[in-house]
Design a protein around this ligand. Sequence first.
Ligand SMILES: C[S@@+](CC[C@H](N)C(=O)[O-])C[C@H]1O[C@@H](n2cnc3c(N)ncnc32)[C@H](O)[C@@H]1O
Length: 244
Amino acid sequence: MDLDNWLATSPRRLNRLAEALGCKTYLEIGVSEGITFNAVNVETKTGVDPDFQFDWQASHDGVGTRLLPISSDEFFAQEPEKSRFDLIFIDGLHTYDQTYRDLQNALLHSHPGTVILIDDTIPCDAYSCCRDQEEAIRLREQSTGIANAIWHGDTYKIMPLIHLFHTAYEYCTIMDQGNPQTVLWRAKEPRKVDELASMTTFWGLENLAACDYLWMLRNPQIFNPVSEAEGLDRAVAGILALHP
Ligand SMILES: C[S@@+](CC[C@H](N)C(=O)[O-])C[C@H]1O[C@@H](n2cnc3c(N)ncnc32)[C@H](O)[C@@H]1O
């Protein structure tokens, strides 16, 4: 997949969800250059990033477009409690602890029809899941000679947490046509966790530091891997079943 197609992945998925569900409010955690933020077609958009890579002040109008040059933690600490978003994209700091905190805070600012997309939930290789981006790139080049800036961090470790502790939500992980991303929405009924999956996942949680790249490859059931078409269809159908 070439770079242009890669950059179009998140906007394509988010716009498909927004259109099918009639989303009017959008929150993006981690905006960078605004490639996805600017391409999302939703009436009211909020973007949060402590280090924007574009002239955010030129786009910020405080009404239809709010751009806040602060961390996600600072944003959620100051956002009015009653504020709710229809569509949320979590793409900030790619460590599992920060991503999990972003997810928990996002859920506090959700309603039963909200859909959440989480970026980079499956790393592409063992180097990519290093918690430090520079080290990941350096070790890959040193060991394989491959010089690229691809970094997913250890975001994937939020999956056992979602799997076991968020049974009020359905989720699946889109594996094709671009970056792996997990889509999550409110379940009609509490999701059932089978005993074996529960035991494997619980081991994972007790030994989170040992949940390395190979552990992730051995346990795909925790991620619910699907195609892009199936994942988006399932989220839309799930939400429309709650709010016909
Ligand atoms: C992968 S980039 C985002 C790309 C963007 N979502 C897109 O699709 O065009 C990740 C961004 O997260 C930002 N970031 C890092 N730590 C953050 C935090 N604690 N809160 C919010 N954003 C953060 C970085 O500054 C960086 O710009």
